[in-house]
Write a protein that binds this ligand. Structure first.
Ligand code: PGA
Length: 257
């Protein structure tokens, strides 16, 4: 299986941003783009309250909608949370899990991320599994160890067949929202490691088919250098995904040549 069989993806994580009207303008631009651009999967992750509306706006296009988070339990006394089935029911096809802000601002553990990933798969959602090291971990030379252990914990007991349904996003924590992007070769080194690591338990043929996105201060000027790297299959974009002027060029540049 060659890299060309991995369809590139450009994903926008809106975090806690955008009002209804600014979201509408952005989605309209993405829908228009979608008709002319068949070789990139476009994904948007709006704040939860906007999800049902955005699902309606994208209908008839191939733009897909992700939740930014969910709980692993199917129901119960979990104030403020939503379940995988609820996320699926409103029309999301994907869910971002283990984002660094969830891990480091809200204290999500590897164990929680694992439980969420299993619940997402059981409910027919594609998990976009985020992994990445903090600055002190990179400086201590522990990047691969940290990323490897996050992957192992999240994917423990998950079959090869199910791993094929997962999209991995490598997002170095020090690059998120900071304006510091990993160099293409630093990012490629970690992406190649992730693919090798996935292949160790599940075979290289499986690993070759898993999409691995890069995230962390991606802009229209950094995307071109990143996307040419062999194991970078697209991007997960925060700040630059909030308006069409910056996200549309990133989507267009996410096509693999
Ligand atoms: P950023 O965010 O592009 O603003 O750095 C990326 C992310 O958090 O997914």
């Amino acid at each position: 299986m060659s890299q060309s069989t991995r369809r590139p993806m450009a994903a926008g994580n809106w975090k806690m941003n955008l009002t209804r009207s600014s979201a509408r303008r952005l989605v309209d631009e993405l829908r228009n783009l979608n008709y002319t651009l068949e070789s990139v999967d476009i994904l948007v992750a709006p704040p939860m309250l906007l999800v049902p509306t955005v699902v309606k706006w994208v209908s008839g296009s191939t733009v897909a909608v992700a939740a930014q988070n969910m709980h692993w339990e199917s129901k119960g006394a979990f104030t403020g949370e939503v379940s995988a089935a609820m996320v699926r029911e409103v029309g999301c096809t994907h869910v971002i899990l283990g984002h660094s802000e969830r891990r480091h601002v809200f204290g999500e553990t590897d164990e929680w991320v694992h439980r969420k990933l299993v619940a997402a798969l059981e409910n027919d959602l594609v998990p976009v599994l985020c992994v990445g090291e903090k600055l002190d971990e990179r400086e201590a030379g522990r990047t691969l160890e940290v990323v490897g252990s996050q992957l192992d914990a999240a994917l423990e007991g998950v079959s090869s067949e199910d791993v094929l349904r997962v999209v991995v996003a490598y997002e170095p924590v020090w690059a998120i929202g900071t304006g510091k992007t990993a160099t293409p070769s630093d990012a490629q080194e970690v992406h190649a490691f992730i693919r090798r690591h996935l292949g160790e338990g599940r075979g290289s043929e499986t690993a070759e088919r898993v999409r691995i996105l890069y995230g962390g201060s991606v802009t229209p000027s950094t995307i071109a250098g990143l996307i040419v790297e062999k194991d970078i299959d697209g991007t997960l974009v925060g700040g630059a995904s909030l308006n069409a002027e910056t996200f549309v060029p990133i989507v267009k540049s996410s096509m693999k040549r």
